[in-house]
Design a protein around this ligand. Structure first.
Ligand code: ZN
Ligand code: ZN
Length: 217
């Protein structure tokens, strides 16, 4: 996988939720898988973890003064260069965080047809959101659909286009209620994606709310 080619990243809000441990398991799986491929998001995630820890350490985080926030951020300084991730042997197109869920290689996946040549395999995650692998034949479109909640789609192999945007290996598309879309797999390799949806439950957490004013998201 060419890591420098990643163009579509995890949002700050999701990275904060991940750092705070407030994302449903299915979303955490997508974030962890992307982070294992993306140095940029890994560094931002580490920075959020550091800031989050500092915010929680203060005695009254809700009333933390701007001065102490500044002091806090100054103390943190520039985020360190990300340490090289611990890499286990990837299995086919599956980075380590995901390989753990699949319990083997491609041959271990129990695909189920969902029409138009598209196949899916639901992954075992806790309630609140669901995760699945999608296998879309090259050139095939995924039926037009809207979303009742948030949907994250991470490309593992091949690529798809959605309106004007292209999503290749490592890229994440973030879609919500406002989006109605028709992803189409590019010609060439079949497209394999990891998708997570939370409809209708949305993640909640203290940390994103606390950190929102700091990062203005
Ligand atoms: Zn990224
Ligand atoms: Zn969608």
């Amino acid at each position: 996988m060419h890591r420098t080619s990643i163009k579509h990243h995890i949002s700050d809000q999701l990275l904060m939720g991940y750092a705070a441990g407030s994302l449903p398991e299915a979303f955490s799986l997508v974030v962890a898988t992307h982070i294992s491929l993306c140095d940029e998001c890994r560094a931002r995630s580490a920075a959020f973890e550091a800031v989050g820890g500092a915010v929680l350490e203060s005695s009254d985080s809700a009333e933390m003064s701007e001065a102490s926030l500044d002091a806090c951020l100054a103390r943190l300084g520039t985020p360190e260069a990300p340490r090289a991730p611990v890499r286990r042997a990837a299995t086919g197109p599956f980075p380590a965080p995901l390989a753990d869920y699949i319990g083997g290689d491609m041959g271990a996946i129990r695909w189920k047809p969902i029409g138009m040549g598209v196949r899916q395999a639901i992954l075992p995650t806790a309630k609140g959101a669901s995760a699945r692998l999608l296998h879309i034949p090259a050139g095939q479109s995924v039926p037009d659909h809207g979303h009742r909640g948030l949907e994250l789609t991470l490309v593992l192999q091949g690529a798809f286009r959605d309106d004007t945007e292209r999503f290749g290996p490592g890229d994440v598309e973030i879609a919500d209620e406002a989006d109605q879309h028709t992803p189409v797999a590019e010609a060439g390799d079949d497209c394999i994606c990891l998708a997570a949806t939370d409809a209708p439950l949305r993640f909640r957490g203290m940390m994103p709310r606390l950190l929102q004013p700091i990062f203005r998201i």
